[in-house]
Design a protein around this ligand. Structure first.
Ligand code: HEC
Length: 195
């Protein structure tokens, strides 16, 4: 039922809201029951041990300032980061939890698509071990790829989503952790897999 700048996905000719009396909707009771069921689901036990490497990774996470945007316990501050090229109005700043820190990720999906908002939200890192591919486009197949500095090069072949007809392209932005040594990076990833 939502309208995206006049485009209504479920509307007549995508322009006009359909008559609500002809629309079927689950009752509030049914949706509440569905929500309770979803809350009852428990994630599988974490198969990764919290051993020396992950303990070291936790320190690296703190030293690198990751918690500024990914603070425990959710490992997300839930803020919206505007992309470059998007001007944040005073109205948006008061209505939403906006963090004006540019991180240089690809603005395409949030600026040039109908449902785009101009922002990307800081994702939670809980359960990141079973949530690949990473980044809003799903461009990086593994955490190792997400923290691989080669992904910034234009001749890089994304290991996840590439784009129609695209052979190579950079996965830009979010350069946090890219300069870590091999050991430190492995430790950081071991920690992330514990979340
Ligand atoms: C200034 C805020 C900020 C900082 C600091 C930051 N991140 Fe992020 N992080 C983000 C945002 C925003 C995204 C989503 C980027 C996107 O999808 O384009 C993200 C995405 C990620 C992802 C991918 C998650 C997914 O579900 O796709 C991982 C993993 C991650 N960050 C880990 C880290 C680690 C580790 C550090 C520190 C080395 C760090 N981040 C520092 C804001 C930040």
């Amino acid at each position: 039922m939502a309208s995206y700048d006049g485009f209504i996905p479920l509307g007549k000719q995508f322009r006009e809201l359909p008559d609500p009396s002809t629309q079927e909707r689950y009752s509030d009771e049914q949706l509440y029951a569905l929500a309770l069921y979803i809350y009852s689901l428990k994630p599988p036990a974490n198969p990764h041990p919290f051993e020396a490497e992950a303990v070291q990774g936790k320190q690296i996470f703190q030293q690198q300032g990751c918690a500024a945007c990914h603070p425990p316990p959710l490992y997300a501050n839930n803020k919206l980061l505007p992309v470059s090229g998007f001007r944040v109005s005073e109205d948006l700043k008061t209505r939403f939890d906006v963090l004006l820190v540019p991180i240089g990720t690809d603005p395409h999906l949030t600026i040039e698509t109908r449902r785009g908002t101009g922002f990307y939200k800081v994702p939670s890192l809980r359960g990141v071990r079973y949530r690949s591919p990473f980044e809003h486009n799903g461009s990086a197949a593994t955490l190792g790829d997400w923290f691989d500095p080669r992904r910034l090069r234009d001749d890089y072949v994304p290991t996840g989503f590439k784009g129609y007809g695209v052979k190579n392209r950079a996965i830009k932005g979010h350069e946090f952790g890219l300069k870590l040594s091999g050991n430190d990076k492995a430790a950081l990833i071991a920690f992330l897999k514990r979340l």
